[in-house]
Design a protein around this ligand. Structure first.
Ligand code: SAH
Length: 415
């Protein structure tokens, strides 16, 4: 594992600068407004882009954008006519140029343990899932970033669906809006939604710009007011994008490790062939070093007889210790042990509780805190790795997406 600061700086310098993605949004918004009859979906815009939309497209003061954000994200009002502190003329202008397009709730289901799942229709052929998980004093929303997923991790149900397309910023923040409204969440007052994890369907770093913009709305006081560390992005390990994230956002990072050596990890997470463990751990070190005191969470799904043996725990420990040493902070690496959640057709099994405890004990005895994630919402197929949504027409688009990834040098040769 590399620890030299020079290498870190070099890698960060290589990543795409922040301003580029913002410029692309602006161009997109402008192009959209220029098309006669098309309206800008305000869910697509974070504070900076909404201010520009008010100033440049509507010729209004930017504080109006702040009023509108509060109506939408704090009071769940999407009809401009009901935004009573805006003048009549402005409301008419908004009606003409903008809309707030809410995802369609195809169905929602409550689990006996308080978990709640929504199936949200994004277009006539595609739906995704969002899950709310209440727990002592906190409420976590698990948000999807793509319709399906192209990474083909062997133990994940979403992979069996294939990949169709990226979700827009509006479709990502729309999930938060639907859940927050259902919960009667009021940012800073009645907090029912305290955390967001980008751990639903899809690979968030493969949909970078839309995810980063949506996370900015989640963290904005005029949006959902979540602290940076309460928004977590989980990745299967897209190394160059982890470096870009370090430049553009300040959220918590979770990495789906699942195996402590390349041979096994390449089998379970095919992306590992492109970005093997050493490169991935180096990127995590760079992410942690960007800001003092940052920890990184490593997710480890335990599968019976596959990655749950004592030698795996020992190899895992070595990786985590190397990480702590490289960032010069004790307990910088956190592990989440996730017992495998089965789904129809899978060849994997969940280890029994004795094996799970034994694996955990090995880590604990070496001083590593390694909580076992409680399975939640499995009676409604809402547990980790059980989200499927509805993905249609996927074959052609999957091939296109793979081409796109290859063009960026991010493709998974094996998939
Ligand atoms: N693509 C991202 C985001 C998806 S998060 C990523 O890989 O991190 C999905 C998380 O769900 C993964 O970390 C994994 O820990 C977990 N997961 C996937 N399938 C699972 C399964 N069948 N059982 C338990 N956890 C699973």
């Amino acid at each position: 594992m590399t620890t030299q600061r020079e290498r870190i700086d070099l890698q960060l310098a290589d990543a795409t600068p922040a301003t580029e993605s913002a410029a692309r949004v602006e161009a997109g918004v402008a192009a959209k407004s220029a098309v006669a009859g098309s309206k800008t979906n305000l869910f697509d815009l974070d504070r900076a882009s909404l201010e520009r939309f008010f100033e440049e497209t509507l010729g209004e003061k930017k504080f109006r954008a702040h009023q509108v954000m509060k109506w939408i994200h704090h009071r769940y009002v999407t009809d401009f006519a009901d935004m009573t502190d805006l003048g009549k003329a402005l409301r008419a202008k908004l009606e003409q140029h903008a809309e707030v397009r809410v995802p369609q709730v195809v169905f929602d289901k409550a689990s006996t343990d308080g978990t709640h799942k929504w199936l949200l229709g994004m277009d006539p052929k595609n739906a995704i899932e969002t899950v709310y998980i209440p727990d002592k004093g906190r409420g976590t929303l698990c948000v999807s970033s793509q319709v399906g997923c192209a990474l083909n991790c062997q133990f994940c149900s979403t992979a069996t669906q294939g990949f169709n397309r990226n979700l827009s910023t509006a479709e990502i923040i729309g999930q938060v809006w639907v859940a927050a409204r259902h919960l009667g969440n009021v940012p800073h007052q009645q907090r029912r939604l305290t955390n967001v994890v980008m751990m639903g369907m899809g690979e968030p770093l493969a949909n970078f710009d839309n995810v980063v913009r949506a996370m900015s709305i989640m963290r904005d006081d005029l949006g959902y007011g979540l602290a940076n560390k309460r928004v977590t992005l989980s990745t299967a390990g897209m190394v160059p994008m982890i470096d870009r994230l370090a430049l553009e956002s300040d959220v918590s990072l979770a990495v789906s490790l699942h195996a402590p050596n390349d041979e096994l990890r390449s089998e379970l997470v095919p992306l590992n062939k492109k970005y093997p463990i050493e490169q991935l751990m180096d990127a995590c070190v760079r992410y942690a070093l960007r800001k003092r005191g940052t920890s990184v969470t490593f997710e480890y799904t335990l599968m019976k007889g596959v990655n749950d043996q004592p030698q795996h725990a020992r190899q895992l420990l070595r990786l985590l210790r190397q990480f702590d040493n490289a960032v010069q902070m004790k307990d910088a690496a956190k592990v989440n042990l996730i017992p495998f959640n089965p789904f129809p057709g899978t060849r994997f099994e969940r280890p029994d509780d004795v094996a799970i405890r034994a694996f955990q004990k090995l880590l604990n005895e070496a001083g590593m805190i390694a909580p076992v994630r409680r399975t939640r919402g499995d009676d409604i197929d809402a547990a980790c790795g059980q989200l499927k949504g509805q993905v249609m027409d996927r074959t052609r688009r999957q091939a296109e997406f793979q081409k796109h990834l290859h063009a960026q040098g991010l493709g998974d040769e094996a998939a």
